[in-house]
Design a protein around this ligand. Structure first.
Ligand code: CP
Length: 364
């Protein structure tokens, strides 16, 4: 029953050598025939893969509108089981993966509280996770340690029961599947305006510790002509590693601390919360971030065809009164997460063709 992938390139490289690679260099180790087998870093995704995932997500979304379609989808992965190992809090990512599994008939199980597992007896997370691969066909995991999902993918790839690993958020560095749903939301928002290319996209808030921004900023390098704005207090600005990646990709960007100046200029504004759970030294606890809030009064200055996004959860950075504006996309983002994650699961298990055939019959 396990998805044994014997040619998994991660089984052919030593951990020390792998660890020394850049995220971009690691990408090919997570692929099977140019498609994701593991999904661990934003840098592993190519533009054709993103386009295919978005098409697949739309096909699944449309197929799921009928009872017959739902029954077809539920049969696709009914022989598979998924472990959702979330040792860091989550509402949307956990539930959208759970719902995507249910949509495809993939049976989900969960460990969210390690005090109820044998980790409380001193078992290492590595051994705990290796146990999962005895029972499950895929591991979807969120962990506070940056790079831990990669370590697990490497470890499992070097056992007799390798299973694909999906990173549902790791440390402050990566949240690749959030970036996928953000791309899907942007693509749907701009489908009548020539797509994501050439758009001006502003990231606002805690850009230093926001893993969603780091993953999405990189994916946007795959869309020619996009101009990115990073709007934050100086102490919470985007990391130099991301700016270096944008420079290498020849992408235009602007660093700013003036949200009011940026609002009338952009096609999309991506708000984020202050991530003070990482703030062990309480450096940002007393920082006044009210200048980086989007208020009802700001709607009048935002272009009529722009969109407002947020990975959520939010605190006060978007006034609830903004929610009713047609440009507010953040609740649609949440639902898009289910569709794109279903598309990713189908791709990992190589079942996309069946979706395409069913969709063709449905629309012909
Ligand atoms: N966007 C996001 O990752 O939300 P959760 O933390 O609720 O999963």
């Amino acid at each position: 029953m396990a998805n044994l992938y014997r040619d998994n390139p991660l089984s052919k490289i030593a951990w020390d050598a792998f660890q020394g690679l850049s995220a971009l260099e690691k990408g090919p180790y997570f692929q099977r025939e140019g498609k994701p087998y593991h999904a661990l870093v934003a840098q592993q995704f190519t533009r054709p893969v993103l386009d295919r995932l978005c098409d697949l997500a739309t096909q699944v979304r449309r197929i799921a509108k009928t009872r017959g379609g739902v029954l077809f989808l539920q049969d696709l992965l009914c022989e598979k089981r998924a472990m959702l190992y979330f040792t860091q809090p989550s509402t949307r990512t956990f539930l959208s993966f759970y719902a995507a599994c249910q949509l495809l008939g993939l049976n989900p199980a969960e460990v969210r509280d390690t005090t109820t597992s044998s980790e409380i007896k001193g078992e290492s997370p590595e051994d705990s996770i290796r146990t999962f691969s005895s029972f499950f066909d895929i591991l979807i995991m969120r962990h506070p340690a940056g790079g831990f999902a990669e370590r697990i993918a490497w470890l499992l790839s070097n056992t007799e029961r390798p299973v694909p690993v999906i990173n549902a958020g790791s440390g402050k560095d990566q949240h690749p599947t959030q970036a996928l749903l953000d791309i899907y939301t942007l693509q749907r928002s701009f489908e009548r305006r020539g797509g994501i290319e050439q758009k001006k996209i502003a990231f606002v808030g805690d850009l230093a510790r926001g893993r969603t921004v780091r993953s999405l900023a990189w994916l946007l390098t795959l869309y020619p002509g996009v101009r990115q704005y990073f709007v934050a207090p100086p102490s919470l600005q985007i990391g130099d590693d991301i700016l270096a990646a944008l420079d290498r990709a020849g992408m235009a960007y602007e660093i700013s601390s003036d949200l009011q100046k940026i609002i009338p200029e952009v096609d999309a504004i991506y708000m984020t919360r202050i991530q003070d759970e990482w703030d062990v030294a309480h450096e940002s606890r007393d920082l006044d971030t009210s200048r980086y809030h989007f208020r009802v009064a700001d709607l009048a200055r935002l272009p009529a065809d722009a969109v407002i996004m947020h990975p959520l959860p939010r605190r006060r950075e978007i006034e609830p009164g903004v929610d009713g504006d047609p440009r507010a996309m953040y609740w649609r983002q949440v639902r898009n997460g289910m569709w794109i994650r279903a598309a990713l699961l189908l791709t990992v298990f190589e079942r996309e063709r069946e979706i395409e055939r069913y969709y063709q019959d449905l629309t012909s």
